[in-house]
Design a protein around this ligand. Structure first.
Ligand SMILES: Cc1cc2nc3c(=O)[nH]c(=O)nc-3n(C[C@H](O)[C@H](O)[C@H](O)COP(=O)(O)OP(=O)(O)OC[C@H]3O[C@@H](n4cnc5c(N)ncnc54)[C@H](O)[C@@H]3O)c2cc1C
Length: 582
């Protein structure tokens, strides 16, 4: 993992919400480090010969809901558990970009296999990488790299899903040990793990929650039966229970009371693994659907020749390229040592998981009847990818997080703005001197006068059609943020329809900035002619962004939110749909 570097505490999106385009953060488009490329290529090249012949097995394991122990052993031998473990501890030492790219490749074969490796590295042992002490790393990394220990992340509980802070698992200090009790729910790798990153309440002046390393061999640890699931059926999901487990003090991860920060740090940093997995599955869907459409003949021609089939494939390509750009960008930010990428990571998770869902659904539609049959992989991909919008933070909660972070920042600035304006009225000369940066940016945005970074300057001239849309969208975003805040004030927390709209504008703008940066770098590398197809993707995507952003913007003041809420409230009261046609 890259260390946080000086000057790297800027968030592109948080700055954008303040009206500033921090171009240097996203341009040029990040590349996987040269020194990692060969190791990555070597590791990826082992996957095809190993996993391609097992196509039938994946289907059998899915039906049975079980991954054979012999295959888990193969995964260990093939190095699937050492991807992000530093080389000095026996792993491949992949940074975020290489890791994300590797998971992309792995996900093309089977979702359950990918999640088993992904949950280990993305969340199970990532806390050790990010917050572990040298002694903890020396003790556990070699076993985690070899897969002798598989890792799991234990946060969710029966009463604490989205509201993770509501966990009831509790740890109490007793001499040199903590005594931890509680039950964790739906833990990926729960049944096969020996290393658990566990979150429990440790109420005290330092904070409410602490992260612990707990191993399976500690007395009081037990796991429940394999859950019968809609998708990812062969991957282990179980409850994990802790009954007065005595945990040595040296097993605390991070600081006592700072467990929530540890949990969020893990989830933010691990998102590029899930994002990479989504890209891999989308590429697989595109391969399957294009072959199917060329082979299947109806009305005397391959269905690939029909406009509505082309429309599906074309949109899949745009979604996949945009997702890949956003996920690679976030991974690049992590690798370059940026510390404040939580909003961007959340955006990439929401966008990637929704694009994959759409792509898998459209691929299945292209295969139609065949798509519905379990003999073909479409229905399994669709089932497997559904949970991506649920775990590691539901997309609904992440949308709230994305927009509320922006509004929190803007709220503070608006307060300053109010103070500054008061200053202007009280002391006209001095007052202008205390105009906050935010106010200056607002003025320069409205008038085009000023020195704020309100336009791209490093993007190839031929992409101006897209930078214009982005810059226009940025104005809409900052106007929307302050308008929503002024309208709802502190009550914004209860105005989720408005919050979601703002989040959707932010999601579109971030992904657009990633696509612009990527196409720009492609032009620099390959020339304009060779980049033409990518420019066309950008043309389609920027058009979509413009239409969606304008739509979201126009609904700030003109919407049917209250009517919709009323309909829902009536349905809650009746607990049913209240109409019938007879
Ligand atoms: C297959 C699988 C594997 C998993 N693996 C792990 C794991 O390894 N480790 C782990 O700790 N957890 C794991 N989870 C748990 C997962 O992270 C949770 O399911 C997720 O956080 C959502 O919690 P919940 O299911 O309790 O939903 P709830 O929190 O009950 O939410 C239900 C619905 O209400 C919405 N909602 C909730 N609060 C709000 C709000 N304030 N505003 C608007 N909408 C709201 C949600 O978006 C959702 O649509 C896994 C889950 C599954 C299904």
């Amino acid at each position: 993992m890259a260390e946080e570097k000086p000057g790297k505490n800027i968030s592109f999106m948080r700055s954008l919400c303040m009206g500033e385009i921090e171009e240097d953060v996203i341009v040029p488009f990040p590349q996987i480090k040269e020194e990692e490329k060969q190791t990555l290529k070597d590791a990826m090249s082992t996957l095809g010969p190993w996993l391609t012949p097992r196509k039938e097995d994946y289907r059998k394991w899915d039906r049975k809901g079980e991954m054979p122990t012999e295959f888990l052993q193969e995964m260990r031998e093939m190095g699937m558990f050492g991807l992000i473990v530093p080389e000095e501890h026996g792993g491949l030492g992949f940074g975020s970009s290489a890791y994300s790219r590797f998971l992309q490749e792995l996900s093309k074969y089977d979702g359950a296999v990918a999640i088993t490796a992904g949950a280990h590295s993305s969340i199970g042992m990532r806390g050790l990488l990010l917050f572990g002490t040298p002694a903890q790393k020396t003790k556990y990394f070699p076993k985690l790299a070899s897969g002798e220990m598989i890792a799991a992340f234990c946060l969710t509980e029966p009463g604490a899903g989205s509201d993770a802070a509501a966990i009831k698992s509790k740890a109490v200090l007793d001499g040199n040990e903590w005594v931890l009790s509680g039950q964790k729910l739906w833990i990926t790798n729960g049944g096969i793990a020996q290393f658990y990153t566990v979150f429990a309440r440790t109420e005290g002046p330092e904070g409410q929650m602490t992260a612990f390393i707990i191993t399976r061999d500690m007395a009081g640890v037990s796991v429940g039966p394999h859950e019968d699931k809609m998708g990812l059926r062969a991957s282990s999901t179980t409850t994990v229970s802790f009954d007065k487990v005595r945990v040595p003090k040296e097993n605390i991860l991070g600081q006592v009371g700072k467990g929530f920060k540890v949990a969020m740090g893990i989830l933010n940093s691990g998102r590029t693994g899930l994002g990479g997995g989504c890209v891999g599955s989308m590429k697989r869907c595109i391969e399957l659907a294009t072959k199917q459409a060329k082979e299947r003949t109806q009305f005397g021609k391959p269905i690939a020749e029909f406009g509505l089939v082309k429309q599906k494939i074309g949109h899949m390509i745009v979604d996949c390229y945009a997702t890949e750009s956003a996920v690679s960008m976030v991974a690049g930010l992590v690798d370059q040592g940026y510390s404040d990428y939580a909003v961007e990571a959340a955006i990439s998770k929401v966008f990637a998981t929704e694009c994959l869902w759409r792509t898998a659904d459209e691929a299945l539609q292209t295969a139609a009847g065949n798509g519905f049959m379990c003999e073909f992989p479409y229905e399994r991909i669709l089932r497997d990818c559904r949970v991506n919008r649920i775990f590691e933070g539901t997309n609904d909660i992440l949308r709230l997080f994305i927009a509320l972070t922006a509004m929190n920042d803007a709220g503070k600035e608006l307060k300053e703005l109010a103070t500054s304006l008061k200053g202007i009225f009280n002391e006209p000369i001095k007052g202008f001197g205390i105009l906050s940066d935010y106010a200056i940016k607002q003025v320069s945005q409205a008038t085009g006068i000023g020195s704020g970074k309100i336009a791209f300057t490093k993007i190839h001239a031929s992409l101006q059609f897209a930078t214009d849309i982005f810059e226009e969208g940025t104005k809409d975003l900052t106007t929307a943020t302050s308008r929503i805040l002024r309208k709802h004030g502190k009550d914004i927390i209860n105005k989720q329809f408005a919050t979601k709209r703002l989040a959707d504008i932010m999601i579109d703008l971030f992904v657009l900035s990633c696509v612009i940066s990527r196409v720009n770098s492609s032009i620099a590398k390959n020339g304009e002619t060779a980049t033409q197809p990518e420019k066309e993707i950008l043309e389609v995507f920027s058009g979509q962004v413009r239409r969606r952003t304008k739509g979201n913007f126009s609904k700030i003041d003109n919407n049917d939110d209250e009517l919709i809420k009323g309909l829902a409230d009536n349905a809650f009261a009746a607990e049913k749909y209240s109409w019938d046609s007879i």
